[in-house]
Design a protein around this ligand. Structure first.
Ligand SMILES: [Zn+2]
Length: 273
């Protein structure tokens, strides 16, 4: 019996991915750090410059963080691009899309001094052209606004679907079922904007949910980029009745007849002895 595992022999993966880089990210990152949960934060560098603000439907003013606010805030988490100015990209030319992506990528890399290799689309419009541009710019994955609602890892890096939007009425049951499932390489991923926690006054609800997930020792906490890279390595791993050959770039983990194996890049492990 061979079962695919996540790093350190974990059987499931979890992360959160939050958009827009707003004031409430400060409190949210503290909560994530308290529980050892990793997040991916999708930022619009041009809107950060003038601390763009807008009115939420509930009357609250939503404020973007400034460059100086964010410098160390997201340490240990992933910074990803969410375009330069958060446009709806329907009808935009390839040149316009490439500019929105590559300039945001460059700006964020300069601000944070780290490579920015993930992308999340603003609003709900997505297309093959956007996916193609994300590849050209050098992103390793691009997240759409579609949700899978399930736990099967997405196998299309440039049409990435996360699990569930954080204001969904199904959120609690989505997590409860995740904690029980024994689906191979199960992953749960929550998407949202942190200003919703103020608007909906549901900070405690989210913290309780995250505390419950964090208490499960079977879960690997990874950024979206780490998850995408691991799944890619798994896809490149050859599994036969006699051996497992890792052709990827990171260690891969398997449970073979009850024994956990960590297989290094280019390593071949015989399993039928
Ligand atoms: Zn957004």
């Amino acid at each position: 019996m061979i079962k695919k595992l996540y790093p350190e022999g974990k059987t499931k993966a979890f992360n959160v991915t939050y958009d827009d880089g707003v004031l409430q990210d400060k409190e949210f990152v503290q909560i994530l750090n308290k529980y050892g949960i990793k997040g991916t934060f999708n930022l619009n560098s041009e809107l950060m410059k003038n601390q763009f603000a807008w009115f939420h439907d509930c009357g609250m003013v939503v404020k973007r963080l400034s460059e100086s606010d964010v410098k160390d805030l997201y340490d240990g988490h992933e910074i990803a691009s969410h375009t330069l100015t958060h446009p709806n990209m329907q009808g935009m030319s390839a040149e316009q899309i490439l500019r929105e992506m590559s300039q945001d990528k460059d700006n964020l890399e300069n601000i944070f001094g780290t490579k920015v290799l993930g992308f999340a689309v603003p609003f709900n419009y997505y297309s093959d052209l956007i996916a193609e541009c994300a590849k050209i710019v050098g992103f390793e994955y691009a997240r759409t606004s579609d949700m899978s609602g399930g736990y099967t890892p997405c196998d299309e890096e440039y049409y990435w679907k996360a699990g569930i939007f954080h204001l969904s009425s199904e959120l609690e049951s989505y997590i409860d079922v995740f904690l029980e499932t024994d689906e191979e390489l199960a992953v749960a991923q929550i998407v949202g904007h942190t200003y919703d926690f103020d608007a909906e006054r549901n900070w405690d609800q989210m913290e309780n949910l995250l505390a419950k997930v964090a208490a499960d020792e079977k879960i690997w906490f990874a950024t979206n980029l780490e998850l995408v890279r691991y799944l890619k390595a798994m896809k490149n791993t050859e599994v036969t009745d006699d051996y497992i050959q890792n052709n990827g770039k990171v260690d891969v983990w398997f449970n073979v007849n009850g024994t956990v194996h960590c297989i290094k890049p280019d390593e071949k492990v015989l399993i039928n002895e």
